[in-house]
Structure formats: C-alpha cells, structure tokens
Design a protein around this ligand. Structure first.
Ligand SMILES: [Zn+2]
Ligand SMILES: [Zn+2]
Length: 408
C-alpha cells in the first residue's frame, strides 16, 4: 500500500520525525512567549527561581512547585499543538497523521516527567531532568543539541537568550544561540580596519570591548557619528604572556591580528608571516584556554580566530595562505579537546588599508560576524565567493576527522 508516491512506512516515519521536531519547536516558542508576556512569565518565573548557580535547587518545595507551574503547562501546550498538527494532517494524509502519534507520545513523556517530579518522587529528577543536573560540565555548549552547559546560560548568562530545550535550531534562527550582552570581549589587531569594525559591531551588541593593539595610540571608534574612545591594551607579537592577566578577566577573545607580506619571499618575510599569523595566534589561544577552569568559564568563555578564507581558497599571497592555513590547522587540531567554544572567522577580501580593492566593506563584515556568532555558527563564513561555503566546511570536516584518527 502506498500513499502518494511513497510507501506507507516512509510516510509514517516522516510524520513521526516531523511531529517530534514540531513538539520541540512549540516548546521553544512557548518558552520565548513566556518571557515576553507578563501573565505567562508569572508562571514561568518559577522555573527561574529553582536553581542556584551550581544547578542544585534552593529547596525541594520550590523545585516541586516549579514543576506544577512551569513544566506541566509547557507539556500540555506541546500536547495540544501536537494534537492540532495530527488533526490538520489527517485531512490531507492519514498515513502521515499516524506518524504524528510519535510527537504525542514524546510530549506525554514530558507530562509524565513533570507530574512525577512535582509529586516529589526521589529518582525522577536524575532521569527526567537532564539539562538541570548539578556537577562539573563535561563539554562546552553543544552546537546542535541542548546540553547542560547550553541551558545553564539561559539561567545564569542571559534569560533573554538560549531558549531552546532540546534542539538548538530555534535559537539559531532567532539569533539567540549566543548572547554578547554584558560580555567582556578583547579584540587583537584592533587598530586595523576589521578590528575597528568588529569593536563597533560588538559594542552595538551590548558587549564591553577592549582593544588589543601593537600600535601605541589609543583606539576610538565611530558610533552613530560620535567618536567613542575604547579601552586599549598595547602589546607586541612574541610577548603573548604579557596578556595573561588580561585573558583571565575576559569572556571572549577575538584573535584577529595578522600581516600580509604580499609578493615578498625573503627569509624575513617567511619568519614574519609565520610568527605573526600562525604562532602568535596559537600561543594566545593556549594562554586563553588555560583560563577556562570553572563551569561558568566552560559555558561563557569563547575564542574567535580570524583564520581567513585563505584557509580554503587562494588569496594571491602565498606566504599569507601558508601561515594562515597553519593557524587554521592548529585550531582544528586543538578544537578536538577544547574546554570552551572556539569559532573560526573565514572572511573573504574586504576593503581596508592593506587591500584597497576589496569588495565587501569592513563595517558590513563586522556586523555579519556578530550576526552569525549570535546564530551559533562555529565556522563564521563571510565572503562573496560561493565556493568557500562548500569548500571550507568539507575541508574542516575531513581535516578534523584525520586529526582525530591520528592523534591522541
Ligand atoms: Zn532551565
Ligand atoms: Zn526561561
């Protein structure tokens, strides 16, 4: 028997997967709305009253109350919308509709979980409330599925972000997969064209920025036609340890300094390219990773590294490509065991003092980087070259796999 052109079991499986994704979307959207509408927030806020920073509940009474006021209504909303989806599909395709029973069963497990936790059953929390279990975080926030580290940020980083409960795509679409509000962000290479535009875009996202520069003059940026001075820290490439104290106190480090020797192929040009583009960035990365110690660090600290499009495509500057690829590969290797989130910035040519013929404006690139970081991208690609969107992820995937197999 077939329904349309597909065998019936395929229709049932498609309906089942769609209904579970639907249930999660409803849960996440209900959560977003609960934070926006005061009447609903009055119920939802119980969920935010339950936990201390280490995810232990303040007391058993509040924990149980929160199940009745938040978790139970949430699962009922999932059930109601799941039933509506099933009925709507029934009219078009009964085979698909049978599959949507999976979404109802899925939602029922959350209803059951809320009831047993609310009733104070002792084992219920450990096996049904997985994103709120206390203990050391074992991994940074996960990119596709909500883990404890991911969800902790909704409670203790920013309640107006990180809304997702199981799958992260609603946050990705809404730009709430990362909140920059109130975060302290240091940007190296800050006196350059991109450095300045990044400082401006991060400031617009309500971050507190620090400019890290090898030039002695203090850095200022333009915001709404006004010149705003930025806290500037001066350092020299090769003296990365001088920044160790600074790194302790920042949430996000953006490694953005670099040099392009263009057609120079002298031993000095080789030395300079590798020291500045590859080893300096790698040394800063290692220094920063040493500052990731607590659960809060694992959840909130990040490194963004501008390895550039030269990682995957020609930049018509061989030493630039060689040194940036070295950095890119070292990052891919270190990402395998990273204690916190590491993002790569893969940027195409933009107009700057070094590259007056670049097509994209640095201001636009800076804004795109922030937008894509908020969407949770781990590899932030901003370019006009469509090949990079295919070539880079493929390269990253296979190099990462190769490193995983042959290193420990
Ligand atoms: Zn929670
Ligand atoms: Zn909430």
């Amino acid at each position: 028997m077939t329904s349309g052109n597909l065998p019936i079991w395929t229709m049932v499986v498609i309906g089942a997967i769609a209904s579970v994704v639907w249930a999660e979307a409803i849960r996440d959207l209900y959560h977003v709305i609960a934070h926006r509408i005061p009447k609903l927030y009055r119920w939802h806020v119980w969920h935010h009253r339950v936990f201390r920073q280490d995810l232990t509940p303040f007391n058993d009474r509040i924990y149980r109350q929160a199940q009745w006021y938040h978790d139970l209504p949430e699962s009922l909303v999932m059930l109601a919308f799941g039933a509506m989806l099933g009925m709507a599909i029934w009219l078009r395709s009964p085979a698909l509709a049978w599959g949507t029973a999976a979404g109802l069963v899925y939602s029922l497990t959350f209803l059951f979980g809320a009831i047993v936790r609310g009733s104070g059953v002792s084992w219920a929390r450990d096996i049904t409330d997985l994103t709120h279990l206390p203990g050391p975080f074992l991994a940074p926030p996960s990119p596709w599925f909500v883990n404890r580290t991911y969800h902790w940020r909704h409670h203790f980083d920013n309640q107006n972000a990180y809304f997702c409960g199981a799958l992260t795509w609603v946050d990705k679409l809404m730009g709430t997969a990362l909140s920059l509000k109130g975060k302290t962000i240091a940007v190296t290479g800050a006196s350059g064209t991109l450095g300045r535009s990044l400082l401006a875009a991060l400031t617009a996202a309500e971050a507190n920025v620090i400019a890290v520069s090898s030039k002695s003059e203090a850095i200022a940026i333009e915001i709404n036609g006004e010149t705003v001075p930025i806290k500037t820290v001066t350092w020299q490439v090769g003296n990365e340890t001088a920044l160790a104290d600074l790194l302790e106190n920042i949430d996000i480090l953006v490694i953005n300094h670099g040099i392009n020797v263009h057609d120079d192929r002298t031993p000095e040009a080789i030395e300079k390219s590798y020291q500045i583009n590859a080893f300096s960035g790698w040394r800063l990365l290692e220094l920063f990773l040493k500052t990731v110690r607590t659960n809060t660090d694992i959840a909130k600290k990040e490194v963004w590294i501008n390895t550039s499009e030269a990682e995957a495509t020609p930049a018509f500057s061989p030493l630039y490509e060689l040194s940036k690829r070295t950095l890119g590969d070292l990052i891919t290797l270190r990402r395998l065991d990273a204690p916190c989130t590491i993002r790569k910035l893969i940027l195409g040519p933009f107009k700057s003092n070094l590259n007056p013929i670049g097509i994209m404006s640095a201001e636009w690139v800076g804004k795109q980087i922030v937008k894509k970081a908020k969407a949770g991208d781990r590899n932030i690609i901003v370019t006009i070259n469509p090949l990079t969107f295919v070539a880079f992820p493929l390269k990253e995937f296979f190099v990462s796999l190769y490193f995983r197999w042959f290193t420990r």
